[in-house]
Design a protein around this ligand. Structure first.
Ligand code: DX5
Ligand code: ZN
Length: 219
């Protein structure tokens, strides 16, 4: 699956920018609060408008403090998947239950330096694992290949039936890096600059998907 990140889109033309990637699987929406990360982007009002403007399922990535309090609004608004950061959540199990009860898929994200092992039991309550392959906060950064070990661990836990998760990766995914991520067993690839800096964002999505499919191990 390919999830274009609108962080690299034109925020004044979000409906058109969503339409430009109509073949995408999910539309990735980066919510930043200038506290959990040193950047400020968009929040719930814009997500509500986007929900009316596109049929692509929204994948909301909340880089915010106190997601235990704020994430539920995105689920109630109709986001398809709501991802919170493990480093920010006080009670990630209860939070996942609340998100699911509100009708959304629940996602847990790990920053590059956060290991997966302490979260294996917590992840039993989640639908998505978002492995960050850059420090969260900005688009256009360089891919950190070290995090692929974490993706491989997650893939193994899924393939052996210990977890049932979409393994998603975010940061620095482009034509040069997507194959190694696919080989590691990633299911869903977020791409911001690689999609929206392209002349034809829709074609960029199709190309990335083809590259990932070719490199994915058969399973
Ligand atoms: C970074 C965001 C990413 C970002 C990715 O904190 O979570 O979703 O948009 O941008 P690229 O693909 O340009 O690295
Ligand atoms: Zn993101």
């Amino acid at each position: 699956m390919i999830a274009p990140s609108i962080l690299s889109a034109d925020f004044a033309r979000l409906a058109e920018e969503a339409a430009a990637v109509s073949g995408a699987d999910w539309l990735h929406v980066d919510v930043m609060d200038a506290h959990f990360v040193p950047n400020l982007t968009i929040g719930l009002p814009v997500v509500k408008s986007l929900l009316r403007a596109t049929d692509i399922p929204l994948d909301c990535h909340l880089m915010i403090e106190d997601p235990d309090r704020w994430a539920i609004g995105y689920a109630e608004a109709g986001a398809y998947n709501v991802t919170v950061h493990a480093e920010a959540a006080a009670d990630p199990v209860q939070l996942a239950k609340n998100l699911r009860a509100a009708g959304a898929k629940a996602g847990l994200s790990l920053k590059p330096g956060t290991p997966i092992e302490p979260y294996v039991d917590v992840l039993k309550h989640y639908d998505t694992l978002l492995v960050m392959s850059v420090e969260p906060g900005f688009g256009g950064q360089k891919f950190m290949a070290d995090v692929l070990d974490k993706a491989r661990t997650a893939r193994r836990l899924v393939d052996t039936g210990h977890l049932r998760l979409v393994v998603e990766i975010d940061g620095g995914i482009n034509a040069d890096t997507i194959e190694q991520a696919a080989e590691a067993g990633v299911d869903c690839f977020v791409a911001g600059s690689a999609v929206y800096d392209a002349t034809d964002p829709g074609q960029a999505v199709a190309r990335l998907r083809a590259q990932a499919a070719q490199a994915s191990p058969a399973r």
